[in-house]
Structure formats: C-alpha cells, structure tokens
Design a protein around this ligand. Structure first.
Ligand SMILES: Cc1cc2nc3c(=O)[nH]c(=O)nc-3n(C[C@H](O)[C@H](O)[C@H](O)COP(=O)(O)OP(=O)(O)OC[C@H]3O[C@@H](n4cnc5c(N)ncnc54)[C@H](O)[C@@H]3O)c2cc1C
Length: 379
C-alpha cells in the first residue's frame, strides 16, 4: 500500500500540496498544521488510514501482470492468482518510470547517471559537480538539496512553470483552489494535449514555505544553463535562448497572478488577503555556457529530472496510442468497461493530485454503473 511513496521517492521529499489540500473521499488531514506539507512517512500514514476508512478490500503486494479481454469482461493475472471481472479501473499512476531522453546513451561512462528513482539523498552521488537536467518540481528540489551538500550544481533549464510559494500571504495553491483553476475541465480547455504535457510547477513544500524558483537557485549558487540538446564527442550541448524561456515563464506567472487578483475582487475576497505584489523577473545569467566537456572531471554525475511516464506493459488490451499513452476520453478508456483515474488533466486540472481524484471518481463510477446496468448487472 502507498507503494510509490514508500519505494520511489527521495528521503527529503515532502508534498508540494499543503496539508489542508490532502483529502480523499471521506478522509482528510485533521492534524495541527493545515498549512504544512507532508513528509513521505506522513503520506504513507495518510493513505494507509484511508484504506481503513474506505474499508475497501485492499490486496497489498499484489502485482497485476496481465489484463486480457475475455467473454463479457477481463481476466486479470496477478502474482497472487487470477481475478475475473466485468470492469477494470486503471489507477496505476502516471509516474511509474522515469522518462529519460535517448541522449543519455552518449554520456561518457565516467559519469554516474541517476534518475529520481535511484536518488535518495546527496550521498547517493559521488563527490564533485552534478548536472541536473530538468528544472520542474523534481529538478529544482534536487538542485537545492544537492547544492547544499557542497556539490557544485549546474541546472539545465527547459520549458518550466514558475510559481511563488506564497502570494499575497496565501499559499499559491490556495489561490488555484479558490479561483477555480484546479476545477477547469478537460473538455473546456483550449489545448488539452498541451495541458496534459505541462511540466510540474517549480514548487517545494518546506516548513519555512520558501519559494524555490530559478532566482532562488541562482542566489544559492546553482549555475543555470539552457536545455540539454545533445551530447556529442563527450560534450554536453545546451540550447541558447534562456532569456526567451525565462520571459515566457515570467509572463505566464504575471497572467496567473492577474487572474488571482481579478478573482479576489469579483469574489469580494480582496480584503482577506495582502496587497497585490509582483516578483522580480527571472535573472538571466550573464553568459551561460552553451557546452560543457563531460570528460574534464568537473561533472561527476548527471541526475535526469526529465519527468516520469506510466508503465502499461501488463495491459494486454489494445488501448495505447503510438506514444504508449492510454487512449481515453475523460477516463473512459477505448475498450468496454475499462476506466482510468489519476492521469494528468484526466477530467480536471487537479486530476493527477491527491485531492483531484474524488470528483473524477464520482463521475466515472456513474459511467461504470450505467455500463453495468445496460448489461443487466449492478454496481
Ligand atoms: C515526485 C512526485 C511528487 C509528487 N507530489 C505530489 C504532491 O505534492 N501532491 C499531490 O497531490 N500529488 C503529488 N504527486 C502525484 C501523486 O504521486 C500521484 O499522481 C497521485 O497521488 C495520484 O495517485 P494514483 O494513486 O493515481 O497514482 P500513484 O500514487 O502513482 O499510485 C499508483 C499505484 O499503482 C501501483 N501499480 C502500478 N502498476 C501496477 C500493477 N501492474 N499492479 C499493481 N499495482 C500497480 C503503483 O505501485 C502505485 O502504488 C507527486 C508525484 C511524484 C512522482
């Protein structure tokens, strides 16, 4: 139970969503620190308690190895035996495997390469310089932690989502919640493909509620370079254009803050929060290197913080697209009686977060109930 939180996360990780937002159907955080951020041990405890509250027949340590269509339903093979069922809800997560670009194979053998699944704490790394590729939630968090361990960090930055931790005295996710952004529906978004590919925000959940954007990282001494575009003859090549990337992220942040401010006025909440504020634009380094010799000894390890992907190798039903993603419409998968939950913007912007599953699940269970009823069965 809570397998990915137990085995696939680094030691210092805390949720970036505040405690008040950790809620599942009939179960929510009720501790003394609603504005804090759960440690992994607390997340495991939270999910384990939910299993008791929900009283669902949980089968722990049971790996599904195959799902096949048979007669009127599905045959599910597991390491604990077979299950026959009419419907399957795929809630196996969007982050089962690290997503690492193919250019990793061109990295010289003298460099250690790690993904967030291998990394536990800075001691997982050799001494010496570290190149972190990817500057979304994972990349910025690991950059700060590894830099503080005394290892010089270079952070390769691609498209990213900049957010302050606190805006006008409230958690930025409080604003997202109240202004209705989390609830935006998948069928009302202009570009759902893009929304589903959006990188995670540059956020960290720490007791001091600090902002961890690129300005904070460069103030710590982390070196910022452009997107890693190739590794050739032992040299890492970085794209130029950091200025453009930064101003795009700054512009999007400005627009988001405008949306929050407008909401505060129209909702009559302007007096409940501090005055509007704006943040310093992301500082562009004077002359960021566009290449780096990976054989010089300066960089001893690379951490690929380049995202995660789902793993459906066990699904023997033809419902994946050419990129290996599940074909579905708001969680109704392209095969009779199969549903999905917990994928990015499945039905709403919040779908892949802990607090996002409840609304999606309610709607999909409604669909599943009608599917069964049409076939003369009950839920
Ligand atoms: C680094 C990181 C940080 C995150 N931080 C936050 C955060 O701060 N707040 C937040 O709300 N969300 C966060 N998330 C998102 C969160 O992990 C999940 O996306 C969210 O909890 C959705 O839950 P889920 O149960 O759908 O998926 P998951 O939590 O991924 O759970 C899926 C489960 O299915 C199991 N599974 C997979 N394949 C099989 C199989 N074949 N047989 C049996 N079991 C299988 C996995 O082992 C896992 O236990 C984070 C994710 C990552 C990777």
């Amino acid at each position: 139970m809570a397998n990915s939180w137990r085995h696939e996360r680094w030691d210092s990780l805390r949720l970036l969503t505040p405690n008040w937002q950790s809620r599942l159907p009939g179960h929510h955080y009720d501790g003394p620190d609603p504005d804090g951020y759960m440690t992994m041990a607390e997340v495991i405890e939270f999910i384990s308690r939910f299993a008791i509250v929900a009283a669902a027949p949980v089968r722990a340590r049971t790996n599904v190895t195959s799902v096949k269509r048979v007669d009127q339903g599905y045959q599910v093979e597991t390491n604990e035996g077979q299950i026959r069922c009419r419907c399957v809800v795929i809630a196996s997560g969007a982050c089962n495997l690290p997503s690492v670009p193919a250019l990793r194979s061109s990295v010289p053998a003298s460099i250690d390469q790690l993904t967030p699944f291998d990394y536990r704490n800075p001691a997982s790394l050799p001494d010496g310089g570290v190149l972190i590729v990817g500057a979304s939630a994972t990349g910025v968090q690991l950059a700060a932690e590894i830099h503080r361990s005394g290892r010089p960090v270079t952070l390769s930055v691609g498209e990213h989502v900049r957010l302050p931790r606190i805006y006008r005295g409230r958690d930025v996710l409080w604003w997202m919640d109240h202004a209705g952004l989390w609830d935006q529906r998948y069928d009302q978004l202009e570009d759902i493909t893009r929304a589903r590919r959006l990188p995670s925000p540059q956020l960290v959940g720490t007791p001091d509620r600090a902002t961890l954007d690129l300005n904070a990282l460069s103030a710590l001494g982390v070196e910022l370079v452009g997107r890693l575009s190739a590794v050739r003859d032992g040299r890492a090549l970085f794209s130029g254009g950091l200025r453009h990337l930064f101003s795009l992220a700054d512009l999007k942040l400005e627009r988001l803050l405008d949306t929050f401010d407008e909401w505060a006025v129209t909702a009559g909440s302007d007096h409940r929060v501090d005055a509007p504020e704006r943040f310093e634009p992301t500082r562009v380094p004077a002359s960021p290197p566009t290449q780096m010799d990976l054989r010089s000894g300066r960089i001893r390890s690379i951490v690929w913080a380049t995202g995660f992907r789902p793993d459906y190798h066990w699904l023997d039903v033809p419902v994946l697209d050419e990129k290996g993603q599940l074909r579905h419409d708001g969680g109704v998968v392209a095969a009779p009686g199969i549903y999905a939950l917990g994928l990015p913007v499945l039905r709403r912007r919040k779908s892949t977060f802990i607090h996002g599953v409840e609304d999606d699940a309610r709607e999909l269970v409604g669909h599943l109930g009608s599917y069964l009823a049409q076939r003369g069965h009950r839920l």
